[in-house]
Design a protein. Structure first.
Length: 164
């Protein structure tokens, strides 16, 4: 038996005033777009702002459906749009903002496992880590450098014996 330990690294900010201007702006854009989320079932709005390496900012929000599995998280809406419209642009940063209607988050939001896997795919595709800002209406922000700090045992093309 070989027991091992995985460590992740992240930074927590008490409020957005502690961030650099670019990060504050991304969080604000994610917050703004969150109010347009289509969330008739969960009342849980999520907004995302993606900063590409050409300095273009894309925004998206979550979209629900009465048939729950058919909705889509804000992160995937944004990432799929980014890669369909700007396939050669690396993603520098992504800000995720949780904005529930019926309560206040006491912590920052965190992407689901599916969204983490999609984030990793784009890092792998472009061989470039992205900065991930996670926040919500509590005001606290978590900054992660690279998806491996959110998804340490990711599945990739290497697991399919592709591009070894």
């Amino acid at each position: 038996m070989d027991k091992r330990k995985i460590e992740i690294e992240y930074t927590v900010f008490e409020n957005k005033e502690e961030l650099v201007e670019e990060d504050r702006m991304l969080i604000e854009k994610a917050k703004e777009i969150s109010v347009n989320a289509y969330i008739p079932y969960s009342a849980f709005r999520v907004g995302v702002a993606v900063l590409l390496d050409n300095d273009k900012i894309l925004t998206a929000n979550n979209q629900e459906n009465a048939s729950y599995p058919e909705g889509l998280c804000a992160e995937r809406v944004a990432l799929f749009y980014a890669m369909s419209q700007y396939p050669n642009q690396k993603i520098k940063s992504i800000a995720v903002y949780g904005n529930p209607q019926k309560f206040t988050l006491t912590h920052f939001i965190s992407p689901c496992g599916g969204c983490r896997q999609v984030m990793y795919e784009y890092e792998y595709r472009h061989q470039s880590k992205m900065r991930i800002l996670l926040s919500g209406n509590s005001g606290k922000i978590l900054l992660v450098e690279g998806v491996e700090n959110l998804l340490p045992l990711q599945f990739s093309a290497k697991d399919l014996s592709i591009n070894e």
